[in-house]
Design a protein around this ligand. Structure first.
Ligand SMILES: NC(=O)c1ccc[n+]([C@@H]2O[C@H](COP(=O)([O-])OP(=O)(O)OC[C@H]3O[C@@H](n4cnc5c(N)ncnc54)[C@H](O)[C@@H]3O)[C@@H](O)[C@H]2O)c1
Length: 382
């Protein structure tokens, strides 16, 4: 068993989730050849950094990410900062010869994502990107079903990434709403997950048309650290610079039409993520809010063909690492443990995993760049 020092950059929501994932690795993957040791945490906000250090027992804490990357005790770095820092930190991590677990969308643009990917390849390090929904055991089951022809030939599909963290008009104007720090808003934040699922389940995308919209044009300036659901009543307001809503219609390389929709400001949509994929003989559908369930229609009766609910179980992905029998729901944090195990297994050189690689990150960034060019669409006036 080889110990490997890990550092986490960013002590916000994802920084905590990554830290907990490393800590839980020995519980769920005792057979992994490498075992993470929490070496360092970095965040410029003292209170957040020291709280994370105390909670998880990091050996060191730094205000600046540069010190963390230079720390010889750190061999793997999680990048859980806002996207405007992804490229600079991700590239520096790889150049330092350290392995990389980086949150989506890996930078603000295709050139930024490519910068990170080039450094990863040139320095021969392992990288995984936080497109975690592909690792849900029920999604693994859906992919296997599609590949096995369980719904026939895929004909058309819908993917949705709809939530409400920005639905409150007093939701604070954090980095998420600025172009220079938050990029394309809901596109990189949520639609990117949907685009990764499209590629993972249906193959490469060939062409795209898109539309985006700002639903709440002004918000009060942030007074706190800028977490997802933060409210800032009163005070001066500023302009939202990137879309709250985005939708695209695309065709895969197999010419399958797919609709993908993302919103961060839909009242009543609480992490309403999922898909419905239709085939010539069936349907497979998944909803993140019922993560262990897969709704399937399969057979040869076409119209009025019944739907059944299949429950994910120990044969689906890494489910068996967590629970012994079907129907015991895994949670969001569990996905990150699976993602983390994939990264560490790849570093150890022995374990196949379905986690998103840096090449997957580049492919999603390329799609987002195409989406940008394809929006606004060519409207037909009525
Ligand atoms: N995979 C997922 O499902 C998922 C979910 C949420 C967020 N994310 C991604 O994770 C990343 C972080 O999002 P979050 O929700 O955790 O944001 P957050 O605002 O909660 O946390 C970001 C943290 O980064 C810190 N930070 C800012 N500048 C820094 C610097 N120079 N050095 C070190 N730390 C710095 C901030 O102080 C803050 O604590 C984003 O890229 C986001 O898209 C992914």
């Amino acid at each position: 068993m080889r110990q490997i020092g890990v550092g986490v950059v960013g002590a916000g929501w994802m920084g905590h989730v990554h830290s907990r994932a490393y800590a839980r690795i020995p519980h769920h993957y005792p057979d992994l050849a490498v075992r993470p040791v929490l070496a360092a945490i970095a965040d410029p906000i003292d209170a957040l950094r020291e709280d994370a250090r105390d909670r998880y027992g990091f050996a060191a804490s730094y205000a600046g990410w540069e010190e963390l990357v230079a720390d010889p005790a750190v061999a793997v770095v999680s990048v859980a900062t806002p996207p405007f820092l992804h490229a600079e930190i991700g590239e520096a991590v790889a150049r330092a010869g350290k392995h990389l677990w980086i949150e989506k969308p890996v930078g603000l643009s295709l050139p930024e994502t490519e910068r990170v990917a080039d450094a990863v390849v040139a320095n021969g390090v392992v990288a995984r990107v936080g497109y975690n929904y592909r690792l849900v055991p029920a999604v693994v089951k859906a992919r296997a079903l599609i590949i096995a022809g369980g719904i026939g030939q895929v004909t058309h599909a819908r993917f949705r990434m709809l939530t409400d963290y920005a639905a409150h008009p007093m939701g604070s104007l954090s980095w998420r709403y600025e172009t220079v720090r938050g990029g394309d808003g809901v596109v990189g934040d949520l639609l990117s997950h949907g685009l990764d699922l499209v590629r993972h389940l249906l193959g490469e995308v060939d062409r795209i048309v898109a539309d985006t919209a700002v639903l709440i044009p002004e918000r009060p300036l942030a007074t706190g650290p800028g977490g997802h659901y933060e409210i800032a009543e009163g005070g001066p307001h500023g302009t939202v610079q990137n879309p709250d809503y985005a939708a695209c219609m695309l065709r895969t390389a197999a010419d399958v039409p797919v609709f993908v929709e993302g919103s961060r400001a839909g009242v009543g949509d609480q992490n309403n993520y999922g898909f419905e994929i239709h085939g010539t003989t069936g349907l497979v559908a998944w909803d993140f809010r019922r993560p262990g369930e897969l709704v399937v229609s399969s057979g040869g009766t076409y119209a009025n063909q019944p739907l059944t609910t299949m429950l994910a179980g120990p044969d689906d992905g890494d489910y068996g690492r967590f629970q012994p029998g079907a129907g015991i729901s895994l949670g969001f944090d569990d996905l990150k443990v699976i993602e983390c195990a994939g990264l560490l297994g790849a570093i150890a050189g022995g374990k196949d995993d379905d986690g998103a690689t840096i090449e997957d990150g580049v492919a999603v960034s390329r799609l987002m760049a195409a989406l940008r060019e394809a929006s606004p669409p060519m409207w037909s006036r009525i």
